[in-house]
Structures are given as C-alpha cells and as structure tokens.
Design a protein around this ligand. Structure first.
Ligand SMILES: [Zn+2]
Length: 264
C-alpha cells in the first residue's frame, strides 16, 4: 500500500496517462475502465442500449428553462439556473470535488448517467438509429470504488506477468485513472462503441459529427494529448451542454482550453 502514495505523487507530476490508447484492447479501458470488447456478450443479442424513458423520468432540460427565462420582462426575470455542473473539470490536476454527489438515471443495460443529460442522450441515440447508426454504451458512471477495483485489476494483471509491485502500479496508472480523477465519476462521460459492428469507425464518425447537437463533445481529441493528458479516445464523449459543445467542437479546442478562455 505504501506504493500508492508514491503513484499519487508520480501522477501529479506526470499528469494522466499517455499510454492509455496504445493498444485497442487496453485502450478501450484507457479512460479508466476495464471495458468488455465490442464482441463481448454485453454487445450481443441485439439489445437496445438505452431504455425508452418513462415520461415522468424526464427533467426539464436546462436549455428550455433558459429560453423561458429570457422571454420574461426584465423586472420579473428569475435567477439563471446554475449550469456550472455541465463544465465541471475532472482530470489528474482537478480531482472530483469533496463530497461530490449526482442524481443518476439507470439505463436498461445496467449503466447509469446523470439524470440531467438523459433526455439529450436518448435523443442522440434515437437520431443515430434513425440514420442506421447503432451506438452502444460500453462505460458510463463509475463509483470511486469501481475505479479502485479496475485499477487493482490492472496491477494484479501486470504482477501476474512478472512485474514488481511498484512497476505494476506505475504501468496500471498509465492506463487507469486514479480514483477521484476519472471523468466517469461525474456521470457525464460515456464510452460508446458500435452495437453490432466490430468496426466502430462509422459510429465514431457519426458521433463526432453530431454529438454537439446534443451537448456532447469528443473529450480527448488526437491533437490535444499534451493538454488533456489523455491519449486519443474516439469512444469517450462528455456532456457539457449544447452551447459549449457547439463552440468546442467547431473551434477544435479541448475542454481545458475552452475553460481557460472563459476565465476573466
Ligand atoms: Zn471513457
């Protein structure tokens, strides 16, 4: 266990993993998760990856509330809803806030997401399917405990391959985020693959082209690895809201750069 404090300091110095997409097999877990392969049982059988939502499960989207507010006369204008949650930054240098909590929506395939992003997520999947694209959620919300289990599973795997404990820990942290620094703990990040096709490229291309319309961004672009600290992950999408997503995806900025721009 004494090695863990060593990794934390090493991680802080080195930032997040740069090797997490080195191999597709491992890289599908690169954003911190051990994920089943696209051919795994979780993708088979033609199951629908997101259940249709009961009407009562939908919360009012923030954009609608904002539009309504903007049409009111100034003297009766209500305070703008707090939408800072959409842009909460979590990475190796910005751990999850102390006591972070999120209200989750359970999806039919066992995954969970922040309930506030569910309507737009469902719409994105519905629209993709209508165009012959069948996305499948491979990873979603994770607890810190699950992140820890994933990390230790990698450490054990490398030790079984003959590495020392210290070397195994270091290599695992190059692939799996330390608990508290994984964006998946927000409930706003999703790893998406093709549901039926072993080749994910059509699905990822569609998502890259259209994700912003639903408030999502490609979180770890290929040319931003030095800023995000994460290797290119074409499967990892993060909800930030439509307005920010459109600006980020059209400008080519990554989330870190976009947030820097917003600073006074
Ligand atoms: Zn991910």
């Amino acid at each position: 266990m004494s090695h863990i404090s060593d990794f934390v300091s090493r991680l802080a110095r080195r930032g997040a993993s740069l090797l997490c997409a080195a191999l597709l097999l491992l890289s599908l877990a690169g954003c911190g998760g051990k994920t089943p392969s696209p051919s795994g049982s979780s993708t088979g059988g033609g199951t629908v990856s997101i259940a249709p939502a009961p009407a009562e499960s939908f919360s009012t989207p923030g954009s609608t509330a904002r539009q309504q507010t903007e049409t009111r006369p100034p003297e009766t204008e209500a305070p703008a809803p707090d939408e800072s949650w959409k842009l909460l930054l979590v990475n190796a240098d910005h751990p999850l806030p102390e006591g972070f909590q999120v209200e989750l929506k359970a999806l039919r395939n066992g995954h969970h997401v922040d309930v506030r992003i569910y309507p737009e997520l469902q719409q994105m999947f519905d629209d993709a399917r209508a165009q012959g694209i069948y996305p499948f959620i491979n990873e979603s919300f994770r607890t810190a405990q699950r992140q820890q289990v994933i990390l230790y599973s990698y450490i054990s795997r490398y030790e079984a391959q003959g590495m020392s404990r210290a070397a195994a820990e270091q290599k695992a942290l190059e692939i799996v985020a330390l608990p508290g620094t994984s964006e998946h703990q927000l409930g706003l990040a999703l790893d998406i693959i093709a549901e039926f096709d072993a080749d994910n490229s059509a699905t990822w291309q569609w998502l890259k082209r259209h994700c912003a319309e639903y408030g999502f961004i490609l979180r770890y672009p290929a040319d931003k690895e030095s800023i995000t600290g994460i290797s290119y992950e074409p499967w990892h999408f993060r909800y930030v809201g439509v307005e920010a997503a459109r600006e980020i995806m059209s400008s080519g900025l990554c989330l870190e750069e976009y947030l820097d721009q917003l600073k006074p």
